[in-house]
Ligand binder design. Structure first.
Ligand code: ATP
Ligand code: ATP
Ligand code: MG
Ligand code: MG
Lengths: 265, 265
């Protein structure tokens, strides 16, 4: 089972869109996928067409210890199950802050279902708080979606520092596996400049012993495409909403690369 | 003095871009403007070309009570002063949580400079925590930038509830004055649909006694324009970077509307 935290504390960069569409593409290939919504905004839950207002949506009760993952998941598509977020998740960080081992609650809850899934994808909130620490402790890999804008780069080193802290103190297996350029617009030089900045940074890290030494920029970028922003209002993945658009082609290739390490087609 | 909190807990919707460019446009008209960076990401500070790594950047020391606003501000352009954020602001919320009257620290600090400025614009972090509560307690108005996407609408009612709580418990004068459509793309139906949703919501609120009963959508939208995303990497406002582009025209008209209630030209 590969457990991947999709994370960037900068808001609005494409985390949720990436989890929904990569999870759907992997499920379409026949892989058993669990998508976890760790964001109190519950956007992953809403995007997959599930009502986040229901109290018994799932992840909060798992973190509070009152139910197991097995009981809390809902099947949302063939091969795709969701551990959704409800409005009760808003208070979780404050409530868990005093718990012993508060960062590893999710990791322990995932133990019993390890052989039931091929992939676990975790949609993280736009912050580096306790919910995100739970995701990092439970994961073996981190995928970082990045919007190719200057301001979006500002927090990148803080994000890597947090990953490094979790790796050295809680989860030695954790590493940053990939960086995904989202909302990419090849017509503007800004997108290419930002990508070059990141490439330079990563090549400087190659020989170090850091959790991102092996990270690479996924060679497929997700182009800006309004259909990706329209799909959530229908509770649909991009493949259900507009299978022929750039968004669908791009996310299919991203999922292929994550699964096989190669670009398809 | 008009004190305006620019707020939306959804990340990446145009808060910082709005504060920088509206502040610059008002200052260009000869108005005395103070821009406050309340976001630990320090994007407003960076966007105006100031080094956020400096420890003595400002706002943290003001909230901690060790210096006054007068001593902490820096002049960044003619008529435009900045109360910047440094990396020390990251820990502020946790440190202030036990303080008596923790929500009104900024309001008290602003008292002595009330007659030195015509406008105070506060760039809020993408959350509804203690820093944002300080902004809401110190302000008379709230301007809400919105990206015209379905997911961006999800948190809108929670945002209004927070404003309402601050109004009823801490700051009775607070009201939502305007909603600004950012990154607007008139070619797609999504932008227009989202605007219509908000219009319907606001017209239903007209007769109520809520802090948003008088709110209106600013009749000028800020179109998506890559120059707005390029300007921060040079530490420039849009007027300095590319004065003839859509971004500059749009933000000039937005600032005019905020100041006069009319659309110029
Ligand atoms: N490639 C794209 N082209 C156009 N719109 C996109 C693209 N990817 C995502 N979007 C839209 O941009 C907005 C931000 O994306 P998304 O919600 O996935 O980001 P996020 O990082 O999960 O945000 P948050 O930090 O709030 O959780 C959404 O409205 C989404 O529909
Ligand atoms: N109208 C626009 N067209 C194109 N890009 C824009 C526009 N407005 C803002 N941007 C860019 O989009 C990104 C998000 O904008 P901005 O940082 O102002 O949002 P924010 O709400 O302040 O984000 P945060 O929640 O992280 O503080 C930035 O990279 C900015 O340069
Ligand atoms: Mg999200
Ligand atoms: Mg900002």
């Amino acid at each position: 089972m590969r457990t991947i935290a999709v994370l960037n504390q900068k808001g609005g960069v494409g985390k949720t869109t990436t989890v929904v569409n990569v999870a759907a593409a992997l499920a379409d290939r026949g892989l058993r996928v669990l998508a976890i919504d760790l964001d109190p905004q519950a956007h992953l839950t809403v995007h997959l067409g599930v009502d986040a207002e229901q109290k018994d949506c799932g992840i909060y009760k798992v973190l509070a210890g009152s139910t197991s993952i097995e009981e809390a998941v809902v099947q949302v598509r063939p091969n795709l199950r969701l551990l959704g977020a409800g409005i009760d998740l808003v208070g979780a960080e404050a409530e868990l802050v005093g718990e012993v081992g508060r960062e590893i609650i999710l990791r322990q809850a995932l133990e019993p279902v390890k052989d039931k899934f091929d992939y676990v994808l975790i949609d993280c909130p736009p912050s580096l708080g306790l919910l995100t620490l739970n995701a990092l402790s439970a994961s073996t890999e981190v995928v970082i979606p990045i919007q190719p804008h200057f301001l979006a780069l500002q927090g990148f080193s803080r994000l890597l520092q947090t990953v490094s802290l979790v790796q050295s103190r809680i989860n030695p297996a954790l590493r940053v596996s990939a960086i995904l350029m989202c909302m990419f617009d090849a017509r503007t030089s800004l997108s290419t400049e930002v990508r070059e900045d990141i490439e330079k940074f990563l090549s400087g890290a190659r020989n170090q012993n850091s959790p991102w030494a092996g990270a690479q920029i996924i060679p497929v970028h997700v182009r800006r495409n309004i259909k990706l922003a329209e799909a959530p209002s229908y509770g649909k993945t991009i493949f259900e909403y507009e299978p022929g658009c750039h968004g669908a082609t791009d996310y299919l290739a991203v999922a292929e690369f994550i699964h096989t390490g190669k670009i398809c087609g």
